[in-house]
Design a protein around this ligand. Sequence first.
Ligand code: PLP
Length: 395
Amino acid sequence: MHKMIYLDNAATTRVKPEVFDAMRPYLEEQYGNPATSYTFGGNINNDIETARQTIAGFIGAESKEIYFTSGGSESDNWALKGAASALKAKGHHIITSKIEHHAVLHTCQYLEKNGYEVTYVNVDDNGVVDLQQLEASIRPDTILISIMFANNEIGTIQPVKEIADIAHKHGVLFHTDAVQAYGHVEINVKDMGIDMMSVSGHKINAPKGIGFLYIRSGVYIDTLIHGGAQERGKRAGTTNVPGVIGLAKATELAKTTLSARRDYETGLRDHLISRIETEIPYSRLNGHRTQRLSNNTNFCFRFIEGESLLILLDRAGICGSSGSACSSGSLDPSHVLLAIGLPHEIAHGSLRLTVSEDTTLEEIDYAVDQLKEIVERLRSMSPLYEDFVKKQEAK
Ligand SMILES: *Cc1c(COP(=O)(O)O)cnc(C)c1O
């Protein structure tokens, strides 16, 4: 078998043909600038507003609460820096978790260098945020709580509504990075009490370079990108029209397929998990067993280097990831795996396989067969493993 098997859907996804078809006219024919007043450009504005309504409707928001951005990283940066600077008269304290995406963590580090204080709340060994510590961390000068909806490495879904309730009980704003959850989990920003939410298109079959920040009406944050009057004067820059149209189309598709897709992916995911757990010894599932994204699996294999595993899987035509795409290339162990309590040497050897609705059971079975062989081969070359087996036998 030489076909490529793509099991890295948490890193990015394929643009769906329907999405591409919806975008195409805005690249080829309707290429006008929507900010112009002549009909050619101006009509495109209506299409953008329709797209905004589609997206708003999907999360229970008003269309005026949707601000298009270049993606998840920009939305996270804007939510945090924008709130920090708008609310600095109230205070300088922000609360987040130890397992956030780097778009949030590195923004927090930047804010710390600029006079803000950040508390990084712990998670339990399943990756669920410690709600008691969260609440106990709130101070009179706390201005923002930012906790991700679902983790990109281990797939754990957070109790978002409870976190929002805690924030609001103390008069604190709540932002969530929902990049991994959007289109996979039902989200209603009003019912859940979300004040700001980051979303990215390329994780749900829209192109790279488009996303949005939901900002609840009544929440005021400073502008990140200054310039023209686009996005209610809050986010300048000529609108990424094909991107917006593609994101709306991907949203529409995600909405209609959500529950069937979730069931299908959960079936694949659980099959993958159960085969690995029964057939590969000394493997460990990372993340919550049930409160987890339907497309996510993340494993550690003792005595195995994540990078060698990925290289050999690649040779077998399988695309996976060790930790997050953003940190692979660096040899640091994943901050998420360290936060759930794994020791350094184990946190190095992780493998994330994330499925999509296009993944088949045959692909999963092939991937596990290959993985099993590769793990055996790597372990057979490991003196540590040899020692370990000898000790086990001596018992
Ligand atoms: C991918 C991802 C981001 C970054 O989104 P981009 O659109 O690639 O900038 C942020 N947060 C999470 C949880 C992600 O998975």
